[in-house]
Design a protein around this ligand. Structure first.
Ligand code: ADP
Length: 188
C-alpha cells in the first residue's frame, strides 16, 4: 500500500492532479473538500453542521475530519493506496492520520507539494468561481482560505520535512506536464 499526500494551497491544482494519479496507480482519491461538499448538497446532518464554516472559508473541525477519515479507511480496506487531497490541513490532523495509518501498518510514504505563486492562485480561484459557481470562491473568502492555509496548513511542511518524505514540484504550466513531473517525483 502507498500513501501519498498532495500538498499545497487552495488553487494549486491538487484535485485535478489527484484524479490523474489515482487513475494511473489504481489508488483511492480522498478529497475531503469533495466529501464535505457532497454532505452539504445532500443536506445531511453533517452537511448542515459544516455549511456555514465552508462558505466562510474557515476550516472544519479536526474532530469531524478525523471521523470522516476513519470511515474512508473502513470503506476501502482493500485499497492499494491513497492519494490525499486537502487533508491533512492542520498539525492535529497530520498526527491523527499518522496514528490511523500506523494502526493499518502503512505510514505516509510521501508528501508532494505543488508550488504555485500567490498571484496565480488568486487568478485561478476567481476563474473557478466564474466557471463552477463555488460559494467559497468569492474574492473575500478566497483571501480567507489563503490566510487559513498559511496559518494552519503551511507549517505541516516542516513536520513532513523532518520525516524526510517531503518533495516539491513546480505547479504552473500544462496539466499533463505537471502530471509528468509528479509521476517522476513519486517514489514507489
Ligand atoms: P481548496 O483546496 O480549493 O481550498 P477544498 O475543496 O479542499 O478547497 O476544501 C473546501 C473547504 O472544505 C475548505 O475551505 C474547508 O472549509 C473544508 N475542508 C476541506 N478539507 C478540510 C480539512 N482537511 N480540514 C478542515 N476543513 C476542510
Amino acid at each position: 500500500m502507498f500513501n501519498l499526500i498532495l500538498f499545497g494551497p487552495p488553487g494549486a491544482g491538487k484535485g485535478t492532479q489527484a484524479v490523474k494519479i489515482a487513475k494511473k496507480y489504481n489508488w483511492i482519491h480522498v478529497s475531503t473538500g469533495d466529501i464535505l461538499r457532497a454532505e452539504v448538497s445532500q443536506g445531511s446532518p453533517l452537511g448542515l453542521q459544516v455549511k456555514a464554516v465552508m462558505e466562510a472559508g474557515h476550516l472544519v473541525s479536526d474532530e469531524l475530519l478525523i471521523e470522516i477519515m476513519k470511515s474512508v479507511f473502513l470503506k476501502h480496506e482493500e485499497a492499494e493506496g491513497f492519494v490525499f487531497d486537502g487533508f491533512p490541513r492542520t498539525l492535529k490532523q497530520a498526527e491523527e492520520l499518522d496514528k490511523l495509518l500506523v494502526g493499518l501498518n502503512h505510514p505516509v510514504n510521501q508528501v508532494i507539494s505543488l508550488e504555485v505563486n500567490e498571484d496565480e492562485l488568486v487568478t485561478r480561484l476567481l476563474k473557478r468561481a466564474m466557471e463552477q459557481g463555488r460559494v467559497d470562491d468569492t474574492e473575500e473568502v478566497i483571501k480567507n482560505r489563503l490566510v487559513q492555509y498559511h496559518k494552519h496548513t503551511k507549517p505541516l511542511q516542516l513536520y513532513y520535512q523532518e520525516q524526510g518524505i517531503y518533495t516539491e514540484v513546480h505547479g504552473v504550466g500544462g496539466i499533463d506536464d505537471i502530471f509528468e513531473s509528479l509521476c517522476r517525483a513519486i517514489r514507489i
